[in-house]
Structure formats: C-alpha cells, structure tokens
Design a protein around this ligand. Structure first.
Ligand SMILES: *[C@@H]1O[C@H](CO)[C@@H](O)[C@H](O)[C@H]1NC(C)=O
Ligand SMILES: *[C@@H]1O[C@H](CO)[C@@H](O)[C@H](O)[C@H]1NC(C)=O
Ligand SMILES: *[C@@H]1O[C@H](CO)[C@@H](O)[C@H](O)[C@H]1NC(C)=O
Ligand SMILES: *[C@@H]1O[C@H](CO)[C@@H](O)[C@H](O)[C@H]1NC(C)=O
Ligand SMILES: *[C@@H]1O[C@H](CO)[C@@H](O)[C@H](O)[C@H]1NC(C)=O
Ligand SMILES: *[C@@H]1O[C@H](CO)[C@@H](O)[C@H](O)[C@H]1NC(C)=O
Ligand SMILES: *[C@@H]1O[C@H](CO)[C@@H](O)[C@H](O)[C@H]1NC(C)=O
Length: 362
C-alpha cells in the first residue's frame, strides 16, 4: 500500500467527510391526521445499523413539548415525517427559522408538506404545500435524475401502491430541482382540490431538493451557508416504509442534505454536533521521529478511523516529526522531512502545531 491517506482524502472530495456523526432530530408529531405508518417509520429508522450505514445519529421526538425543549443548535438536521396541521407552535416555528438561518438542514417526508400552512418559512424550506391526494392505488413514479444520491438506485419507472400528492404551489418557485415525477396515465386522479390554486407545470413534482432554501436568508453570523433541503411526497403506508428502495431514497436524500456541509459535524458553522475532538490524529507517519539526514520523503502508512474538528475548517492532522517543515503546498504537499502525496486534492494550507503535528487544511 503506497499511501493510504490518498483514498481517505479522495473520498473527502467526493462526499464531504463528517468530522463528527451528524445529529438529526426526527419529528413525527401529527396535530392533524395521524398516519398509522408513523410508528412504522420510527421502528424502521430506530436502529443503530441504519444509523451506522448512513452515518447519522437520530433523536426521535414525537410531541410539541419535546420539540420545544430540544436544543436545536445541537442538531445538524431536522427530519419531519408526516407531521400534519399545526405541528409546531409559535415558539417551535421561531426556533426552526433560526435553525435554517444557522445553516441547519431540512428533510421532509410525505405529510411533512401538509402542515404549518401559515408558516411561510417552513413552506419555503419544504418547497411546496400539499393540496390533495388521490385514493391509494398503484402509480408509476418516473425518475428525472439518475445521479442524485436519493434517486440513482431507483428504476426509471417505479411502480407501487402509494398516494399521489398534488400541490398548492410549484416547489420550483422556491428553488427546487425535481428528482421524481409521476406518469399521469398510470393512476386515476380522483382527489378533490382544497382551493383555487394555479396549475403547476409538468413534470408533476413528487420528490425534490433545494440547494439553498430561501428561509436561510439572512444567514446568521457564523453560518457558512444555507443548509440543504430534501423532500419526498412518498411514504404513505407501512408497505412503503418496508421497501428497501424507499428507505434508501429517503436516507440518501437526508444524507445528501447533510453533506452540504453547513453544520458543525462537518467542522463548520454554528449548529450541529460539535463533539468532535480537534486533536484527533487521522494519519500518522511510520517514519522514525528522529530525522535521518538526506531523507526527504516519509510515507504515511496508516490512518485512524475518525477525523474530527471543532474549528471552522475541515482539518486533518497528521502526526509527524516535530521538526518537519512545510516547503510547498498545493496538489502535492511536500515537507522537508515528510512527504505526503495528495495528487488531485486541493489543499488550502499546510502548517504544524506546537507539538509538531502537521495540519493539512482542504
Ligand atoms: C401499520 O403499522 C402500524 C404499526 O407500526 C399498525 O399499527 C397499523 O395497523 C399498520 N397499518 C396497516 C394499514 O396495516
Ligand atoms: C428506539 O429503540 C430503543 C431500543 O433499541 C427503545 O428503547 C426506544 O424507545 C426506541 N425509540 C423510539 C422513539 O421508539
Ligand atoms: C448520538 O447522540 C446522543 C445524544 O446526543 C449521544 O449520547 C450519542 O453518543 C450519539 N451517538 C453517536 C454514535 O454519535
Ligand atoms: C392561518 O391563516 C388564516 C388566514 O389568516 C387564518 O384564517 C387561520 O386561522 C390561520 N390558521 C392557523 C392554524 O393559524
Ligand atoms: C441531478 O442532481 C445533481 C445533484 O446531485 C445535480 O447536480 C444535477 O444538476 C441534477 N440533474 C438534473 C437533470 O436535475
Ligand atoms: C401494483 O404494482 C405492483 C408492483 O408492480 C404489482 O405487484 C401489483 O400487482 C400491483 N397491484 C395492482 C392492484 O395493480
Ligand atoms: C372527492 O370527493 C368526493 C365527493 O365528496 C368523494 O366521494 C371522494 O372520496 C373524494 N376523493 C378522495 C380521493 O378523497
């Protein structure tokens, strides 16, 4: 193995490495109609296996009081599942607004678009509000994006028994990019509209993402950028929650949103899990600490499993000889007494701390 650090850093570029496990508040309070799939959803998600698989840490809150008592600033994301009606009171709505302006991430499933109709902030974070649904029947959902993590594993045409949601407004007006639509000929549109809403252009939005949701503006001081939003209108029945394709759709959408790296678990920002330890060493030189004259290249031979940081930058610390000097930086980081090959990785800065550990910032 020539340089085990290289794949570690390559992976960082493809998908931002969480320096601590992102903490996600799963909220399922239904002030209106309560879906009987909510306990199923909790049951499916409440497993360390799924948390480990997707690299998240769930906290389940099922009532308004619990939500208000939670310290949102300790969470990287909020995950609303089939919340209906006035799922949050004024205090909860204000807390969520502050959370979005802090770079906090939003994910919503199914009736999460059927709540808080008077809360413009929430509506813009979801992207659109629910109008009506058709009776439960088979429908064919069509994939509009085959590269997004939430849909890349799905078939182009995905047929199963599900409610087709019709919306009051077009999520594209709130910056959404549509991931899934529905074949209009695959189901009977037998629902009843609740109002006189403008027609929404095809393709009919079923699932989408918003890279920079409007409610994040104005960002609070210290918030690096808006937290992403992901929403899917699927998820009505128990069967759906037992479908592996659906679970991966939802979890990958959530993970994609978190991976926007706008929170503390990613080493930035003012909300999220900041429990990472800045001094954790992720790469260590096998080289003897006593530098041999004439040796210009040491190889990083092992890397620890966790990278953590409490600073405002993604920091990787590599234990190295105390006297190591940085002589150049860029795509290849070359120290006079320690050479680290990082081809293809844009390195912002290289320096070392008082203990002589080399710090690589990317
Ligand atoms: C769905 O699952 C819940 C338990 O999680 C159960 O109480 C409910 O009856 C189920 N609904 C249907 C329609 O089977
Ligand atoms: C999650 O599962 C644990 C047992 O593994 C249980 O104690 C806890 O009550 C569950 N949480 C919820 C919200 O159901
Ligand atoms: C998940 O979060 C809880 C509460 O903050 C914490 O006690 C626990 O250690 C975390 N688990 C992981 C795997 O990070
Ligand atoms: C939402 O706003 C409408 C119009 O102002 C009002 O009639 C309605 O009572 C409000 N609903 C809630 C739940 O606050
Ligand atoms: C699909 O999603 C990716 C983000 O993962 C985005 O860059 C791309 O523009 C999207 N493609 C379409 C056709 O919307
Ligand atoms: C619904 O679609 C599924 C999957 O394609 C199929 O197995 C099932 O027979 C269909 N059910 C009805 C009532 O058409
Ligand atoms: C639409 O309204 C009609 C008449 O009230 C009702 O029979 C039907 O069940 C409604 N459709 C749905 C999907 O709720």
């Amino acid at each position: 193995m020539r340089n085990p650090l290289f794949p570690l850093l390559s992976a960082l570029l493809l998908s931002p490495l969480a320096l601590a496990v992102p903490s996600v508040l799963v909220y399922t309070y239904a002030a209106g109609h309560a879906h009987d799939s909510i306990p199923t959803a909790i049951d499916v998600l409440n497993h360390t296996e799924i948390e480990a698989q997707y690299g998240v840490n769930f906290t389940f809150i099922q009532d308004q009081l619990g939500f208000n008592q939670a310290d949102l600033s300790t969470f990287d994301g909020v995950f609303f599942i089939s919340t209906t009606g006035e799922a949050l009171d004024q205090a909860g709505q204000a807390a969520v607004k502050t959370f979005f302006q802090s770079g906090g991430v939003y994910t919503g499933v199914h009736a999460a678009a059927d709540c808080l109709y008077n809360d413009t902030t929430y509506g813009q974070a979801v992207g659109a509000w629910f109008d009506y649904r058709d009776s439960l029947q088979n429908a064919t959902f069509t994939r509009l994006n085959n590269t997004h993590p939430a849909t890349q594993h799905l078939p182009d045409r995905w047929t199963f028994m599900e409610e087709v949601y019709h919306l009051r407004n077009d999520p594209r007006d709130n910056g959404a990019t549509i991931l899934l639509s529905v074949d209009q000929t695959s189901f009977i549109n037998d629902g009843n509209t609740t109002g006189d809403y403008p027609a929404i252009p095809a393709p009919q939005p079923i699932a989408w993402y918003i890279d920079s949701p409007l409610p994040a503006q104005p960002l609070l001081e210290g918030a690096p950028k808006a937290g992403r939003s992901f929403y899917t209108s699927l998820g009505h029945s128990n069967e759906t929650w037992h479908d592996e394709l659906f679970i991966r759709h939802v979890m990958s959408g959530l993970k994609w949103a978190l991976d926007g790296a706008s929170t503390r678990a990613y080493g930035v920002g003012i909300v999220g899990n900041g429990n990472g330890d800045a001094s954790t060493t992720v790469g260590v030189t096998s080289s003897p600490p006593n530098h041999q004259p004439g040796v210009t290249s040491y190889t990083i031979t092992s890397s620890a499993s966790a990278a953590t940081s409490t600073s405002n930058t993604n920091t990787i610390q590599i234990a190295a000889a105390a006297s190591a000097q940085s002589t150049s930086m860029g795509n290849a980081v070359i120290m006079s007494k320690c050479k680290v090959q990082l081809t293809g990785v844009a390195v912002d800065r290289v320096d070392h701390d008082v203990d002589g550990r080399i710090r690589v910032q990317i």
